[in-house]
Ligand binder design. Structure first.
Ligand code: NAI
Ligand code: MG
Length: 347
């Protein structure tokens, strides 16, 4: 049956437009000749819009974006905009407003990719990071700022509802993977209130998934395992802050920022999910065609998987794998890498 994907595109700042152009090129290539087509709407959001109008993300923008099936985002952030304005006002606002409660970050060590680990083993895990709660909700404040008596709080919010829905999603993902293993990462020996809610929730949901092996690691120990034995992980479920930190480590051990893809997912389908490379706008290399678009291309694969097109998603992952294997160390431009990947998915 013919199908049209309505895609909202936020190319953003710096290298964002460069890598998004290649992501779209590969998307078009993988769908060419099929009965799936893409109808794209570009949204001018980011530094330029803020300078021109003072706006980051208006209610009208949000309403227009919400009518789409999915969002592809490059990166936002620019040295000319005060830190936090675009990150909080645009990125976090989208994630919260569109209820992206699953932040999905797969980590695969592709053959031939350099890793700082001497003995990594077979690394293929996915972090399911809670995206709407924890210490990132803005529940806090500051008093007597700038005085010796300054008070600053950042309260970690954990609801039974919020924890259960992300834990359920993680179990379902583990069920669909061959190893069927789930690791809860937290710090329940010290953060006893939130930690016990997470632990009890995992224990309760585990009863419905008897095939899944359930494991637990304190977040500090998890950083050790990620370096000494990352192959032990399959699906990791964790809170917003811990997930933010361990996914950067996960990206570092699996070949770095040029390969790390992510999805901000609303599994209920009430709102469009948003797919983006983990990296930022890289102002240091913007406009020079030096950016590796592979992380964006892999984010497009996550997007297709989310939209129920796993065969096309797999073709993109395969194209990336074979492209990486064929790399001989010679420098390629952003466009050359995009062209190579587009040719591989089409071929
Ligand atoms: P960054 O990820 O933009 O850059 C870090 C380093 O990695 C730089 O040396 C950069 O050249 C390199 N790099 C990043 N992506 C690359 C790619 N695809 N290929 C090759 N090299 C790449 O992080 P940074 O410098 O901390 O932040 C720059 C701006 O981006 C800031 O305004 C920041 O707030 C924003 N940012 C936005 C994110 C988003 O939109 N999701 C995420 C992270 C940062
Ligand atoms: Mg981060």
């Amino acid at each position: 049956m013919a199908r049209t994907i309505r895609l909202a595109v936020i190319a953003g700042d710096g290298i964002g437009p460069e890598v998004v152009a290649e992501g779209i090129k590969v998307l078009d290539a993988v769908l060419a000749g099929s009965d799936v087509s893409v109808e794209r709407t570009e949204f001018e959001l980011g530094a330029k819009r803020w300078h021109d109008t003072g706006e980051t993300l208006t209610d009208e923008d949000l309403a227009a974006i919400s009518t789409h099936d999915a969002i592809l985002l490059g990166a936002v952030g620019d040295p000319t905009v005060p830190s936090g304005v675009l990150e909080r006002g645009l990125l976090l606002k989208l994630r919260f407003a569109l209820d992206h409660y699953v932040n999905l970050r797969p980590s695969v060590l592709y053959p031939g990719v350099p890793t700082p680990l001497a003995n990594p083993g077979d690394v293929d895990f996915v972090v399911v990071r809670e995206g709407t709660e924890g210490p990132y909700t803005g529940n806090g404040g500051a008093l007597r700022v700038g005085t010796p008596h300054e008070i600053a709080t950042e309260v970690s919010v954990n609801t039974a509802f919020g924890v259960e829905r992300v834990v359920r999603d993680a179990f379902a993902r583990a069920q669909a993977r061959p190893r069927k293993k789930l690791t809860l990462v937290h710090k329940h020996n010290v953060l006893v209130n939130a930690g016990h809610l997470w632990r009890r929730t995992v224990d309760a949901v585990a009863e419905e998934f008897p095939e899944i092996t359930v494991d637990y690691a304190h977040v500090d120990a998890a950083t050790i395992y990620m370096v000494t034995d990352p192959a032990r992980f399959d699906v990791i479920v964790t809170d917003n802050l811990f997930g933010d930190i361990i996914t950067d480590l996960a990206a570092a051990i699996t070949g770095g920022i040029g390969l790390a893809a992510s999805g901000n997912v609303n599994p209920d389908g009430a709102f469009p999910s948003m797919f983006e490379p983990v990296h930022g706008s890289a102002p240091d290399i913007a406009g020079k065609s030096l950016a590796d678009p592979t992380a964006t291309v892999l984010s497009v694969a996550l997007l297709l998987e989310h939209l129920g097109l796993p065969e096309q998603a797999q073709r993109i992952s395969n194209a990336v794998t074979s492209d990486i294997v064929s790399r001989d160390g010679s420098a390629r431009s952003t466009v050359e890498i995009g062209d190579a990947l587009a040719a591989r998915v089409a071929g």
